[in-house]
Design a protein around this ligand. Structure first.
Ligand SMILES: NC(=O)c1ccc[n+]([C@@H]2O[C@H](COP(=O)([O-])OP(=O)(O)OC[C@H]3O[C@@H](n4cnc5c(N)ncnc54)[C@H](OP(=O)(O)O)[C@@H]3O)[C@@H](O)[C@H]2O)c1
Length: 325
């Protein structure tokens, strides 16, 4: 197969397409002919040598893909060769073929083409599992998602708005703020100019946010606790602003608040399979009827993987950047 490899950790220029042996699907796995994969922020860290694959996962970067089932491993009965699907991966997506546990393979939502479907597994599984399965967002709740113009943000805005929540978001440019409003954000806050705590509190008569989905980690911890409503839940999924910060427990305790941090990639297989099944049941119908649209900034050939990383790293992409092998 063709796959992106690296001779040493480093910048986007260290990524190159080479030939590798085809993966062999083990028991309970399927082999996919990859139609497209997508760049995730975690891929940039893996490229730099800071985010090694979990034990047993491919060394090839790539956390999601769409494609066609090419072969079935032992014991797989609910998929067939030729099925068009998308999949959540622990690695290996930047390639023309990948092996994946069958529980992480999802049918395509109706009406989404095979290439575009590669934009969905990571954002749908991350947003659904954290905002709904973990934090229990309800209709009428106030929801704040940071980084509204990113892959996660563009999906979270749409899904939360569709659920009947009031959606607040942060972004760093007027272009992204406008896109966030188009996607369903009631208020889009320029984090370079305004304090999101003030804006959310003012717009909610002092109540604050019932659920916060955070990509910044340490840098926003204190202000995220400030912005929480009573019994609010802060779910930290990213560390773009560092990993260590001080937590004022007295402030959290007074609100009976919760701070939760999760990672999708390192979850056990049965947990990932449960999330994928729940996404197909609850999220795909909203994609199929057009309530939620995949937001794709660019589709590049696999050979332009370095440029795709640069687009995500610089923050110029709105939504996802896809790669086709
Ligand atoms: N834990 C998990 O399971 C999991 C799964 C998927 C993703 N993630 C994490 O979730 C985060 C988002 O992922 P993604 O795929 O959406 O990445 P992305 O597409 O690169 O989006 C990240 C966004 O963050 C924004 N940003 C940068 N500085 C900011 C700040 N100070 N305040 C608010 N926003 C800021 C950037 O845009 P502007 O600055 O231009 O507005 C960019 O749009 C990443 O940290 C990723 O690693 C975690």
């Amino acid at each position: 197969m063709r796959a992106v490899t690296q001779t040493a950790p480093g910048g986007p220029e260290t990524l190159a397409v080479t030939e590798l042996p085809d993966p062999v699907p083990g028991p309970g796995e399927v082999l996919l002919d990859v139609a497209a994969t997508a760049v995730n922020r975690a891929d940039l860290l893996q490229r730099q040598g800071f985010y090694p694959p979990p034990p047993g996962a491919s060394d090839v970067i790539g956390l999601e893909c769409s494609g066609t089932v090419a072969a079935l491993g032992e014991g797989v009965t609910d998929l067939a060769v030729g099925d068009e699907v998308c999949a959540l991966l622990a690695g290996g997506g930047y390639a023309s073929r990948v092996a994946v546990p069958a529980g992480q393979v999802m049918a395509l939502p109706a009406g989404v083409d095979l290439v575009t479907a590669a934009a969905l597994p990571e954002v749908a599984c991350t947003v659904w599992s954290n905002v709904f399965m973990v934090a229990g967002l309800r209709p009428g709740d106030v929801f704040l998602v940071h980084g509204g113009g990113g892959g996660i943000g563009t999906f979270a805005i749409q899904l939360a708005a569709a659920s009947g929540a009031r959606v607040f978001t942060t972004a760093g440019s007027e272009d992204k703020l406008a896109r966030c409003r188009e996607l369903g954000a009631e208020v889009a806050i320029n984090y370079r100019e305004d304090d999101f705590v003030d804006v959310v509190r003012r717009a909610t008569d002092g109540r604050g946010a019932d659920v916060v989905l955070d990509n910044m980690g340490a840098k926003y911890l204190s202000r995220n606790v400030d912005v929480l409503a009573d019994e609010g839940r802060l779910v930290v999924i990213g560390m773009q602003g560092g990993t260590k910060a001080e937590l004022d427990i007295a402030r959290l305790l007074a609100k009976r608040g919760a701070v939760i941090a999760t990672a999708l990639r390192s979850r056990p297989l049965d947990g990932k399979a449960r999330i994928c099944a729940s996404v197909v049941e609850h999220v795909w119908p909203l994609v199929a009827d057009g309530t939620i649209r995949p937001v794709v900034s660019a589709v590049l050939p696999l050979e332009e993987v370095g440029e795709a990383h640069r687009m995500i790293e610089s923050g110029e992409a709105v939504g996802k950047v896809l790669l086709t092998p």
